[in-house]
Design a protein around this ligand. Structure first.
Ligand SMILES: Cc1ncc(COP(=O)(O)O)c(C=O)c1O
Length: 491
């Protein structure tokens, strides 16, 4: 059963990397190796602030501590324990975030020119993975929630349809859950892809905690996906930048995956990051369910309080379950819709930061996103709710007409993202770029979806759309030019 940890494996008590670092300290080892700060002595100004312990543990590869390039000692052991805890067959520790796990996963599963089905609301790490792998994206549009102004999860129907149209596709890529906590129709997507004989690759940047609680949406590994890139640092407690890549099943060869990861992985990993992955795995294995029960209760308390007792604010919850692209959601994500207050999410983020010293994870035109985690307490969540209550009381709630977000159609692909990246390009004014093949991405929040991606032909519809949303405080990202007045196109 999901989240069932009643029969615990005692071997999970071990923290092989953490223990090896402690042993190094216990032996009062004299360092004639890098890092050159030598336990902090070479950087006293920072050692005074951070303390000697951190510097003492900031080590890198040596025989006692294994090698990330070819793990056979404590890293290999820690990865085996992580694979079991996260219900995978193999786990790879990553020290350059989920971005590098996603890039490695795409490069390992796909050859240049291979087609991969991808939801349109991809993070930029997928676009870079497409450039590195040379794969061809077949984008499908997930449903948009018009009230929240956000994209929901990928639907099984869209995958079925894409595979009918492109039976030669070599993989399906999906996101579990979206930044806003909505699940794709994952079990059905896995079934469809496997019936087709191809793997499912999952961006689980926002799903490191999912495997540890029965009330959370299923983790990719639990429903038979083939690979999942997971930001342990975001929601499972490890240090920023530390992530894991999981694989299972016959589609991906672990040795080949490791060789691919080695192409871009540093040979001098931070053991602070590796040790934190080891510790986060142990902590989540033994205490994850209990901690997440508390986390979910706190988030649901805030959800109830905001929805029932703060006029003008709304947080989605069970009301969205069952809508296309939302078979389940992550209750620990509080997507606070501020539309009815008549101000933007950006503005509420600013007031929370400057007026209440509260920093949220994300804001967009209509919402602020507050992430409740295993690190929260009743006091922190209460502080957020009270701040929101005070902010909301300054505005008179009004009826909001739900406006349909009509995105321009996904433009056609003329060049593979890799070809566009390596082409001769120049920057020209956006308004003069209709009909040109672009070499960069243009992304709009809301709804957090690329309007154009490298290799696609820019249409007048997209230019008009960008001009119209620019007038409404919508944020445009992705182009080298921060104002998006100019765009890089292929000569
Ligand atoms: C959906 C999604 N995928 C991938 C990433 C990349 O993860 P990381 O920051 O660990 O590299 C992020 C980061 O925010 C993300 O939101």
């Amino acid at each position: 059963m999901k989240g069932d940890r009643t029969v615990k494996n005692r071997a999970q008590r071990r923290m092989p990397i953490v223990e090896a670092l402690l042993e190094y300290q216990r032996q009062k080892t004299i360092s004639f190796h890098v890092p050159g700060h030598k336990h902090g002595a070479g950087l006293p100004n920072l050692t005074r602030i951070w303390g000697k312990t951190i510097f003492g543990h900031d080590l890198t590869i040596m025989p006692d501590l294994d090698s990330i390039y070819k793990p056979h000692g404590v890293i290999a052991e820690a990865q085996r324990l992580a694979a079991e805890a996260f219900k995978a067959e193999h786990a790879f520790f990553m020290v350059n975030g989920t971005t590098s796990a996603i890039q490695g996963m795409l490069m390992a599963a796909l050859d240049p020119g291979d087609k991969v089905i991808v939801p349109r609301n991809v993070h930029k790490s997928i676009v870079s993975g497409l450039i590195l792998s040379g794969a061809e994206p077949i984008y499908v549009q997930p449903p948009i929630d018009d009230y929240l102004g956000v994209v929901r999860g990928m639907t099984a129907d869209s995958v079925r349809q894409a595979l009918r149209q492109y039976p030669e596709a070599k993989a399906v890529f999906t996101i579990n859950t979206t930044y806003y906590g909505m699940s794709p129709e994952l079990e059905a997507i896995v079934e469809i892809a496997h019936d087709h004989g191809i793997p499912v690759l999952v961006d689980e940047a926002h799903g490191a905690h999912l495997a540890f609680h029965p009330l959370l949406p299923p983790a990719a590994m639990e429903v038979g996906a083939d690979a999942a890139a997971s930001s342990t640092h975001k929601l499972a407690g490890s240090l920023t930048q530390s992530s894991m890549l999981f694989i299972r099943g016959p589609h991906l060869d672990p040795l080949e995956v490791k060789s691919t990861l080695n192409l871009t992985q540093t040979t001098s990993p931070s053991y602070l990051l590796l040790a934190s992955l080891d510790a986060a795995r142990q902590h989540m294995y033994f205490h994850g369910e209990e901690l997440l029960t508390e986390t979910i209760n706190l988030a649901n308390w805030a959800r109830h309080e905001i929805n029932w007792n703060i006029p003008g604010l709304y947080v989605y919850g069970n009301d969205l379950v069952g809508m296309p692209g939302c078979p389940a959601y992550d209750p620990t994500k509080l997507v606070i819709s501020v539309r009815a207050l008549g101000i933007s999410g950006f503005e509420v983020e600013r007031i929370l930061r400057q007026g209440f010293h509260i920093q949220v994870d994300l804001s967009d035109l209509y919402n602020v996103l507050a992430v409740v985690t295993i690190g929260d307490t009743k006091e922190t969540v209460r502080a957020l709710v009270e701040a929101l209550r005070q902010i909301a009381s300054r505005f008179k709630p009004r009826d909001v007409r739900e406006e349909k977000i009509e995105l321009p159609p996904i433009p056609s692909l003329a060049y593979l993202p890799r070809e566009a990246y390596y082409s001769d390009t120049r920057r020209i004014p956006l308004v003069q770029a209709a009909g040109r093949i672009v070499a960069e991405m243009l992304m709009a929040y809301p709804p957090g979806i690329p309007l154009i991606a490298p290799g696609e032909i820019l249409t007048q519809d997209i230019i008009d759309y960008v001009l119209s949303i620019k007038e409404q405080d919508v944020q445009i990202y992705g182009t080298e030019d921060p104002t998006a007045e100019f765009i890089r196109v292929i000569r």
